[in-house]
Write a protein that binds this ligand. Structure first.
Ligand code: NAP
Length: 256
């Protein structure tokens, strides 16, 4: 059974390994090609967009895909919507890995906002020295804010328009609480802006913000199409996919 694994996350890399090596399934991992030097999953990998829903549909048929695993980032809503639509049109099963969002604990001071435009507005009204950890693609939403100073952390340099007062810090997680605390102190950060990505790899900044006593502007996740089969862990995807593959094998042998 040939499976398309939509990736770009640590979980997708783990899944590529576990489904191919442990379960012997045929996996094609797909990366968008946004990061110049991505950590590549093992096995077969393709890179680049498919060309919208129609391009994806053609690619799925042309490559004999029988099942889609969407392990893209929780904020990659367009890819998820395209996969859901193309998969439904072709009658392909699809499972989506949606890692749990972060939850504030005692001592956290979070300001939840619906999108990056609101994050830009709220953070500028909250402090003058702002750490942006939202990836390089969303930084343009902050370009019009001339008063605050921004420390912009991203894996690759942003290409969007930038706010006039800024410094760029190129870095790739995971980060430790100690290094995040040191970063906040060194740059006298007053507000942290982040997206509700969830997961452990980049959660240290939230602990550091709590330790330092600064507010966090937290961008909520975008909506996903209704009716998707969603699970929250790599293990649950593995069980779902192997269960489906076994059913598929039994049905084929009954027919044969
Ligand atoms: P997006 O807005 O949902 O997708 C925009 C377009 O990029 C899609 O329509 C598709 O182009 C292409 N694309 C996205 N993911 C792809 C994949 N895995 N394989 C092939 N094409 C893909 O996505 P995004 O937010 O720009 O994220 C891009 C990638 O970075 C994703 O793989 C995601 O897992 C990863 N990522 C995103 C974030 C984030 O905060 N958004 C954070 C970490 C990692 P076509 O329409 O041409 O097919």
């Amino acid at each position: 059974m040939r499976i398309l694994l939509l990736g770009g996350t640590g979980e997708a890399r783990k899944l590529a390994h576990t489904l191919a090596v442990e379960r012997g399934l045929e996996i094609v991992s797909s990366l968008a090609g946004r990061v110049s030097d991505p950590v590549r999953p093992g096995g077969t990998v393709r890179v680049g967009g498919f060309g919208g829903v129609e391009g994806l549909r053609n690619w799925l048929v042309g490559n004999g895909i029988e099942l889609i695993v969407d392990a893209t980032h929780p904020f990659a809503a367009t890819m998820t919507a395209h996969a859901a639509q193309a998969g439904a049109e072709l009658g392909l099963p699809m499972v989506r890995l949606n890692r749990p969002g972060w939850v504030p604990g005692p001592g956290d001071h979070w300001l939840r906002v619906p999108d990056l435009a609101a994050a830009a507005r709220v953070s500028a009204a909250t402090g003058d020295r702002i750490l942006l950890t939202i990836g390089r693609q969303g930084v343009g939403a902050f370009a019009g804010y001339t008063r605050p100073w921004y420390l912009i952390r991203a894996i690759d340099p942003p290409e969007a328009a930038l706010p006039p007062r800024h410094e760029i810090l190129l870095a790739r997680g995971p980060f430790t609480v100690e290094s995040e605390n040191a970063l906040l102190a060194r740059h006298r950060i007053e507000v942290l802006v982040t997206k509700d990505s969830g997961g452990a790899a980049t959660a240290a900044k939230l602990v550091a913000a709590r330790d330092t006593g600064i507010p966090v502007v937290m961008v909520d996740r975008p909506p996903v199409p209704p009716g998707l089969v969603e699970v929250t862990s790599v293990g649950a995807v593995r069980e779902w996919v192997t269960g489906y593959a076994a059913l598929h094998r039994d049905q084929n042998s009954e027919r044969g």
